[in-house]
Design a protein around this ligand. Structure first.
Ligand SMILES: Nc1ncnc2c1ncn2[C@@H]1O[C@H](COP(=O)(O)OP(=O)(O)O)[C@@H](O)[C@H]1O
Ligand SMILES: O=C(CO)[C@@H](O)[C@H](O)COP(=O)(O)O
Length: 483
């Protein structure tokens, strides 16, 4: 048995895989996001640790006793700043925090080679500009920073006592030389840091330490090896067999992500396409990243008084896809791909006297699909072909949303067993490689197909003018780009 842990934004998911690689048990524990000021998005690192323990303890004790290795995955980019005693100095600044726009400009000016080394535009979601923001705005905190960790690596520190990370997650800091798979002294020094503040780097398939005896006892399992794991998207890719050049997935978590595995480092920062290491050796990936995807489901459910995602989908279905006048722009936290705009905010357009909760809900499902379709186009403009997508994340629970997305993309969607908990599944598979051996192709093979959703000709036709109206709307709602 192998345990995989995913420190997501909405909650921690823990799964146990059996010898055949199937999900034998799982536990979840919710997390909340704090937004004390406009543009800010934070979580308390201690809440990750408490939720991780709760999620693991929710798994059947008999399964836990059989665990032979643990893998960790998690939300990327979050700046977790520790003092000399490894205590958090402030709440972690998350991947969807937009406060560090000015510091992105500062960083690009300080290191003209940044886009070549890091493979990406400096965007506020990444870790490096957040550190510059702390240096500029909270110098007392900055002076006391001894270690910077990513969310899953803070949980690892609590699990094993080791400061370690994998390359897929570390690439999202903007301090990694992504081609060389090593920290870049030049990028670190532009933020007043050096390698002594950074965790040791491992491939995602390598063990980084062993569960501390007191944690093993708390979790009811042996003191087993802990593997490096991956950022949630790369680990999700390992979970659903996105391991060869050109394999692709769509993640419908708090964020929406289109991830394409590549066998070489192919930076193409135009239109905010990301290029990072994969969590598998000698592999990289490209991504389009959308800051609000399934989170919009929870948001509109709250707004319209729906009981939760399932109720929301039932309401949306009553109005039917592609029929309303309403258009939704899902930029509740700003957007990365393709706009790189931390300041844009969401909007509903085309409201009329017939607008009701069902039509608003339907517009939200379509608006997220159109934003993701913009990301797919950005990847295609970067020369990347996508012929089909495996779906992972909580949003994979809805076939109705899948119909809308497949037709907005004009690309088939494949749903694989365990896809809803893909990053945790992948983390467990990486632990299996570290403990039992085997190649990524063998251990991280594609799970059995649960269903496939193809584009529907009539829906493609109905959505096309709505997608065009969506695209026209962005310049009109943002003074920055629309002037
Ligand atoms: N039945 C459902 N249909 C569609 N989406 C759902 C359903 N149940 C939960 N979700 C969505 O799943 C999201 C959480 O997905 P998850 O992959 O766990 O995100 P994260 O990793 O960011 O925490 C929630 O925002 C919620 O809207
Ligand atoms: O910022 C990114 C990727 O660059 C996000 O994908 C985060 O990694 C958060 O993931 P979820 O919580 O939505 O799974």
């Amino acid at each position: 048995m192998f345990l995989g842990i995913d420190v997501g934004t909405s909650g921690v998911k823990a799964v146990v895989l059996d010898e055949a690689g199937a999900v034998a048990g799982q536990g979840v524990a919710a997390l909340t996001v704090q937004r004390p000021h406009p543009l800010w998005s934070e979580q308390d690192p201690e809440s990750w640790w408490m939720a991780t323990t709760a999620a693991v303890q929710a798994i059947d004790p008999a399964l836990r006793r059989s665990v032979r290795g643990v893998g960790v995955a998690g939300q990327m980019h979050g700046a977790t700043l520790l003092d000399e005693s490894d205590r958090p100095l402030r709440p972690a600044i998350l991947w969807n925090d937009g406060r560090s726009d000015a510091e992105c400009t500062e960083l690009e000016a300080a290191v003209p080679a940044l886009r070549d080394i890091a493979g990406n535009i400096a965007m506020p979601g990444f870790t490096a500009p957040k550190l510059l923001w702390v240096r500029n705005h909270e110098p007392d905190v900055f002076d006391r920073v001894r270690t910077v960790l990513l969310p899953k690596d803070y949980v690892r520190l609590k699990m094993t006592g080791d400061k370690a990370s994998d390359l897929s997650d570390s690439a999202g800091t903007l301090w990694l030389d992504v081609a060389k798979r090593a920290w870049s002294a030049e990028l670190l020094s532009a933020c007043g840091l050096d390698e002594s503040a950074m965790p040791r780097l491992f491939e995602g398939t390598e063990a980084t330490g062993t569960l501390r005896p007191e944690v093993a006892e708390l979790w009811g399992m042996p003191a087993v090896p802990v593997v490096a794991g991956g950022g949630d998207n790369a680990a999700g890719a390992a979970g659903v067999g996105v391991v060869k050049d050109g394999d692709a997935l769509l993640s419908l978590g708090t964020s929406g992500v289109i991830f394409v595995a590549t066998d070489t480092f192919r930076p193409n920062p135009a239109r905010a396409v990301h290029a990072f290491c994969h969590c598998l050796p000698d592999m990289w990936h490209q991504m389009s990243v959308h800051l609000s995807a399934a989170s919009c489901i929870d948001w509109v459910a709250r707004l319209t008084g729906a009981a939760g995602p399932a109720d929301l989908f039932a309401r949306a279905e009553t109005s039917g896809p592609g029929t309303g006048a309403e258009i939704f722009l899902p930029y509740l936290s700003g957007e990365r791909t393709p706009h790189n705009d931390a300041h844009v905010r969401g909007a509903f357009l085309g409201l009329d006297n017939d607008t009701d909760a069902g039509r608003l809900s339907q517009a939200v499902l379509e608006g997220v699909a159109f934003a993701l379709a913009d990301g797919l186009d950005a990847l295609r403009d970067a020369g990347t072909q996508v012929d089909r997508l495996s779906v992972i994340g909580g949003g994979a629970r809805s076939g109705y949303w899948g119909r809308i997305i497949a037709s907005a993309f004009e690309v088939p969607l494949v749903y694989l067993q365990g896809g809803e908990v893909g990053p945790a599944l992948g983390a467990a598979r990486l632990a299996q490689i570290a403990v039992d051996g085997g190649t990524p192709e063998q251990v991280c093979a594609q799970p059995p197909i649960a269903r496939q959703i193809d584009p529907e000709a009539t829906l493609v036709e109905r959505l096309a003018p709505r997608k065009a109206a969506f695209r026209d709307a962005y310049p009109r709602i943002t003074p920055k780009k629309g002037q």
